[in-house]
Design a protein around this ligand. Structure first.
Ligand code: FNR
Length: 400
């Protein structure tokens, strides 16, 4: 937007810039950042950009099919809004706004365990049932309660996130004092940054209350601030979790079960053997273990291992409809997007998320039109140059 008039956002990248301006620094960095030196986070984007689309011309692409099904559920686009914790800190009741935008676009919103708006609030706000994302917590009986609530709220799938048994350090959060206790002067500096964002203070800090973790009320007696909840949440991540816990979830949750956070074909086989109905190939948006492969490079061996037994979804670095087409051509059934909707809701609320989904739709239409593939179900490696084997990067490839 810097070199143009900057009058209207055109891309997810532009929404990132609007979010950077709208949010206090520590919140923007919480969304935008990743683990350690952020190499995996950058690789998610860079590796996708290197997958070259194969232009094919003079095919009838007048009727495009972008819709698909995931776990039997109709999606107008092969896209789901990924679970994003604390989203209600980015915009007023942001999870409700995003779920409404998703429903308006005919796709599904996935509610995080650690959302600000509770599941009941989100489910009541839209006609489309959300998915519910769960962590395996130390307090297994509370996790069972959450599954029961998800069932009662009509959630159409449970997403079990398995890549958070230990929490990856995010250096930006440390630098911004989001972790640990701050001395008074540094607290004041942080307060000044909040004061420089009066719209956020008005819309979120004041009008967006209560800023508590809606799904955890009752679990953390007496907690009234996000910080008090966070301490509890941090204590709940359980490094002793094993595949038997997946079997326990499978026993308790009777509906479709999605396992999120798989990067390895062996783990993918194990997840399918233990009853997963779908897998999200994910490195948590590069927020957990820096140094693991990008998801677009992890996807093909997993397609090879279990692609005929389970539906494969992928997330991490999807920033455009072109990226969705790339991921589908490499074997994914659909993609999840995390930061793109978080940037959009921070910048413009429900309207922003709806616009980002529209942008992705239009980008997909162009990518499908010019690769000559009119139906998402027919996207395969033949839509890619050299079957998707990656050439050296284009010079000056930008990353966000
Ligand atoms: C996440 N992610 C995440 N995943 C999850 O299972 N439960 C959660 O609560 C969260 N919280 C969360 C917060 C923030 C700010 C971000 C950016 C991400 C991971 C998320 O679901 C998804 O895997 C990634 O965001 C995908 O990468 P992109 O699309 O952000 O590049």
């Amino acid at each position: 937007m810097d070199r143009s008039l900057g009058l209207a956002p055109a891309s997810v990248r532009d929404y990132r810039e609007l979010a950077r301006r709208a949010l206090p620094r520590q919140l923007f960095d919480y969304v935008d950042g990743g683990a350690y030196e952020e190499r995996t986070m950058a690789a998610n984007l860079a590796d996708l950009e290197q997958v070259r689309l194969r232009q094919r011309v003079l095919r009838d692409v007048s009727q495009l099919t972008l819709g698909t099904t995931v776990l039997g559920e109709e999606l107008a686009l092969p896209l789901v809004l990924a679970p994003v914790g604390l989203a209600g800190m980015f915009a007023r009741r942001a999870e409700v706004q995003a779920a409404r935008a998703a429903a308006g676009a005919g796709i599904t919103f996935c509610e995080s365990t650690v959302s600000i708006c509770g599941l009941a609030e989100v489910a009541a706000a839209t006609s489309r049932p959300p998915w519910f994302q769960l962590y395996v917590m130390r307090d297994r009986s509370f996790a069972e309660q959450l599954m029961d609530r998800a069932r009662d709220a009509g959630c159409s799938a449970l997403v079990l996130t398995v890549d958070l048994s230990v929490v990856g350090a995010r250096y930006r959060d440390v630098r911004n004092g989001l972790e640990g206790r701050l001395p008074p002067l540094k607290k004041l500096l942080r307060g000044l940054d909040f004061a420089r964002h009066p719209r956020w203070v008005r819309e979120v800090a004041l009008a967006g209350k209560p800023l508590t973790f809606g799904n955890l009320e009752g679990a953390v007696p007496g907690a009234t601030t996000p910080g008090a909840f966070r301490d509890w949440v941090d204590r709940q991540f359980d490094p002793s979790v094993t595949w038997d816990d997946l079997a326990w979830v499978r026993d308790h949750w009777k509906g479709p079960l999605v396992v999120k956070g798989i990067l390895d074909p062996e783990d993918a086989r194990e997840a399918v053997d233990r009853g997963a109905d779908a897998i999200v190939v994910s490195n948590h948006g590069g927020r957990q273990l820096d140094g693991v492969p990008s998801t677009v490079s992890a996807l093909p061996p997993i397609v090879e291992a279990v692609g005929d037994r389970v539906e494969l979804l992928v997330d991490g670095g999807i920033r455009s409809g072109l990226d969705v087409v790339r991921a589908l051509a490499l074997g994914a059934r659909a993609c999840l997007i995390g930061r793109p909707w978080a940037y959009a809701v921070a910048a413009r609320g429900e309207r922003g998320v709806a616009h980002v989904l529209q942008i992705i739709r239009e980008e997909m239409e162009v990518a499908m039109g010019l690769t000559g593939v009119a139906d998402v179900h027919r996207l395969d490696r033949s839509a890619l140059v050299d079957d998707g084997r990656r050439p050296p990067p284009l010079p000056g490839t930008p990353t966000i």
